[in-house]
Design a binder for this molecule. Structure first.
Ligand SMILES: *[C@@H]1O[C@H](CO)[C@@H](O)[C@H](O)[C@H]1NC(C)=O
Ligand SMILES: *[C@@H]1O[C@H](CO)[C@@H](O)[C@H](O)[C@H]1NC(C)=O
Ligand SMILES: *[C@@H]1O[C@H](CO)[C@@H](O)[C@H](O)[C@H]1NC(C)=O
Length: 318
């Protein structure tokens, strides 16, 4: 199954590939774990893992730098560290909301840093600085970092399904294309020296408040799996238990006639009180409570239906 993600046989054999869905708290856990030898992590992907990069993009509408985002964080939405400088020895987050595997996926949201550009930022800006600071070559350094890649959903939500008649590829052809491109990006990271990869499966796209208005949740889920084998396993995973509201957003969404697209919360709008019982915070993104469950499973679970072929804890101790 993993061979569908990584086409190179060599890569497949040499590289522990792991699917997990939202390893947002892996960093702290992986570093302080007894036996874990992880210096930090490099994160690539979309808004599911963007911790503030888009705040610096002029034309992007995919930002979460206003309340009620960050409502449960004392200092508001988190801010991202720079691509170079002392802090990079613990890793860098390059992710950009609205971006996708395809370069043009983010263009509908004004601006986004494509996966391609994220990798270039890693290679051209961070890596030389990291080598200089640590006094080691990349081949010695990078095996001690986790490479977390969480991308692909937007290529469906904001590219494929919004395309008009121009590029009429079937979902299968489109998915094959995405898989090939993502595979190439992962191989690039591997060639640069990365050895420990955490791949997040796609969330069930059709089940978000935004998409479920127009599509059937399970149908879209099973047909749009980009990490085919992995996603099929993971999308069968039911919504985490203990949630009362699995369909509507916790926050009040930005009105469609005011520039809203069914995703973002209204600025300074209301948020539900029982956030821990909601699956979705806005029209697309899960609540902190869901992320904690997913991160915990990614780190610790022994079920191959949740994380495959090994969990993040095992990956860290390699
Ligand atoms: C694309 O598909 C739509 C229906 O899904 C069809 O109406 C249209 O003619 C197709 N366009 C091309 C260029 O094949
Ligand atoms: C495949 O990806 C390329 C970008 O690398 C894009 O130009 C092309 O239109 C894509 N094909 C399909 C069927 O989506
Ligand atoms: C998974 O297995 C390991 C080793 O047997 C065990 O220490 C760990 O607690 C298990 N994880 C869960 C969530 O049960």
């Amino acid at each position: 199954m993993a061979s569908q993600i990584i086409s190179s046989r060599l890569l497949l054999l040499a590289l522990p590939v792991l699917a997990c869905v939202f390893p947002c708290s892996c960093h702290a856990r992986a570093t302080d774990n007894n036996g874990a030898r992880i210096r930090g992590m490099f994160v690539f992907g979309s808004s599911l893992v963007d911790n503030g990069n888009n705040n610096f993009l002029k034309n992007s509408i995919a930002k979460a730098d206003f309340l009620p985002y960050g409502i449960d964080f004392p200092s508001g939405p988190s801010v991202t560290p720079p691509l170079r400088g002392r802090k990079i020895i613990h890793g860098v987050n390059y992710a950009s909301g609205a971006s996708g595997i395809l370069d043009d996926t983010g263009s509908r949201a004004g601006n986004a840093i494509s996966l391609n550009q994220q990798l270039r930022n890693f290679e051209e800006v961070t890596l030389p600085d990291l080598e200089a600071q640590m006094g080691f070559r990349r081949r010695e350094l990078l095996p001690e970092f986790l490479f977390v890649v969480g991308t692909g959903g937007n290529d469906y939500s904001f590219n494929y399904f919004l395309r008009q008649s121009t590029a009429n590829a079937s979902l299968e052809v489109f998915t094959a294309n995405l898989t090939k491109i993502l595979s190439g990006r992962l191989q690039k990271l591997y060639r640069l020296g990365g050895r420990k990869f955490v791949l997040m499966a796609l969330n069930p796209i059709g089940c978000s408040p935004m998409m479920s208005a127009t599509t059937t949740c399970p149908a879209l889920t099973s047909s749009s799996s980009i990490l085919t084998g992995l996603s099929e396993r993971l999308s069968e995973t039911p919504v985490p238990r203990g949630f009362k509201d699995t369909t509507s957003s916790c926050c009040e969404l930005m009105a469609l006639n005011r520039g809203g697209n069914g995703v973002l919360c209204k600025k300074e709008g209301k948020a539900c009180k029982d956030r821990n019982s909601h699956v979705f915070f806005d029209g697309l993104h899960p609540t902190e409570a869901v992320n904690i469950q997913i991160a915990t499973k990614a780190y610790n679970s022994n079920l191959t239906s949740e994380v495959y072929p090994i969990n993040v804890k095992q990956l860290s101790m390699f």
